[in-house]
Design a protein around this ligand. Sequence first.
Ligand SMILES: [Fe+2]
Length: 172
Amino acid sequence: MSALSRHAIRDAALRTPTDLGANATADIAAALTGVLADMFALYLKTKNFHWHMSGPHFRDYHLMLDEQGGQIFATTHALAERARKVGGTTLRSIGHISRMQRLPDNDADYVTPEDMLSELADDNRRLTGFLRSAHGVCDNHGDVASTSLIEIWIDEAERRSWFLYETTRSGR
Ligand SMILES: [Fe+2]
């Protein structure tokens, strides 16, 4: 079998029937997969900082980041399945995440508690922007199921940014 026909069979096997057009499928799956990569990156950074937290506010910060990590992780399954439901494909590996993520990792040996919280506040604000632009793509194609999920995730990201902002402000 030629590589071309293997390709055609593979594409057909993953083409979920949908009333959305081919352009909509490609655009929506790409937008959702980009957000998904950022959600995984932010999830791991939030857990990284949860695990490596230190200092007199350890308990508060450690618990807050655990709660935020759980909220971020809970979005991942729905994001991936939306991409598949509209007939697209999505992430396949950690390597795939690293090629697509826009939010940067932080592999530093030591990060101060204040820097951890303000970096996460920035990341959550950037994530809100990525969610807004994915919302625009889905809205353009009439994908109301994706837009309604994204609206909830925007509210959650804004809540995380708010908590992180207020926590760092009162710490100074
Ligand atoms: Fe934990």
